[in-house]
Design a protein around this ligand. Structure first.
Ligand SMILES: NC(=O)c1ccc[n+]([C@@H]2O[C@H](COP(=O)([O-])OP(=O)(O)OC[C@H]3O[C@@H](n4cnc5c(N)ncnc54)[C@H](OP(=O)(O)O)[C@@H]3O)[C@@H](O)[C@H]2O)c1
Length: 286
């Protein structure tokens, strides 16, 4: 089947391309090749390529930036999805879309089921939720959280850089979620999409952590792999109130992945296991 992957230059986009299964004829479009917010370019591109499936990995992901740039966040995360859905409808394609834990307010104390009440705290989450609502009943929406990869801009790479530079690092300990490897997410997304699942699913790596726990694990595993010196930065737990950001973030955003595991017949790897695999890739490829 011909599959259009949008946002192909992002961390998930690159993972989707690397993990494309045999039989998927991938047409990869970076933001330069296809701006999904362009109402004329999207149908023209889709009419030319005539994919059977559109995997949308394109998004405005600057959570803090969105607070002062609502227009751009809406154009990509909401209108962009609407443009893709309209073009998909025209050529008879399905959509597989990716959304976020930021559609929830984080006030729950149990993991969020796909049908849990949504209540985004900020502009990014609100525009992603609006994008979800553009999908048709037969489309697939996979919400995920705390995504990182061996390359690109993400928490793991930022921590490795800061830990090499500083003696001590304060990391937020009162936000809880599930760190998720882009490669594992890409595997799940390909399977859910190609096996024809429709509706909203949740996928993260299993296990939960605070950003502080995640940072400590990054340091310890990086030291064990020789990526950081033994005397690498000490990590200090801090409160969210000590690290103010323009966007409010959910304090608890653990997603219930049970329906995804049932659909796929296996459980996601534990986040620490996947972290080690990604650190090994960083060690090998830089
Ligand atoms: N990263 C996370 O922690 C996280 C958590 C939960 C959910 N998600 C969701 O997961 C998906 C993948 O995110 P990611 O982590 O791969 O983010 P990413 O690395 O920021 O990738 C997003 C990609 O979308 C592209 N893009 C932006 N505007 C576009 C436009 N108008 N048209 C086409 N492409 C455009 C970006 O290109 P440029 O770089 O050229 O702008 C970038 O390549 C997104 O739907 C995101 O909302 C991510």
């Amino acid at each position: 089947m011909k599959v259009l992957v949008t946002g192909a230059g992002g961390q998930l986009g690159r993972a989707l391309i690397a993990k494309a299964p045999e039989g998927a004829e991938v047409v990869a479009a970076t933001s330069r090749e296809l701006d999904i917010s362009d109402r004329a370019a999207v149908p023209a591109f889709v009419r030319r390529e005539r994919p059977g499936l559109i995997l949308n990995a394109a998004a405005y992901t600057a959570v803090d930036g969105a607070e002062s740039d609502r227009e751009r966040a809406e154009a990509v995360n909401d209108t962009g999805v609407a443009n893709l859905v309209a073009a998909a409808e025209e050529v008879g394609a399905r959509m597989a879309h990716v959304s976020t834990d930021f559609v929830f307010d984080g006030s729950a104390s149990q993991c969020y089921a796909p049908d849990a009440r949504t209540a985004p705290l900020g502009v990014y989450g609100a525009t992603k939720l609006a994008g979800e609502r553009r999908l048709r009943p037969g489309d697939l929406c996979v919400r995920t959280a705390w995504v990182y990869a061996a390359d690109g801009e993400n928490f793991v790479r930022t921590m490795l850089r800061l830990m090499a530079e500083r003696e001590q690092l304060g990391v937020v300990a009162d936000q809880i979620g599930s760190p998720t490897s882009a490669g594992d997410l890409a595997d799940a997304l390909w399977r859910l999409a190609l096996e024809g699942h429709a509706g909203t699913f949740h996928f993260t790596n299993s296990g939960v952590a605070s950003w502080y726990d995640f940072a400590v694990a990054i340091r310890d595993e990086a030291v064990a792999l020789g990526l950081l010196p033994g005397a690498a930065a000490r990590v200090k737990p801090i409160a969210t109130s000590e690290y103010p950001t323009p966007a409010k973030r959910p304090a608890f955003s653990v997603l219930d992945t049970g329906a995804t595991s049932a659909a796929l017949g296996d459980h996601p790897p534990h986040w620490r296991h996947s972290l080690i695999k990604v650190l090994e890739q960083i060690k090998t490829h830089g």
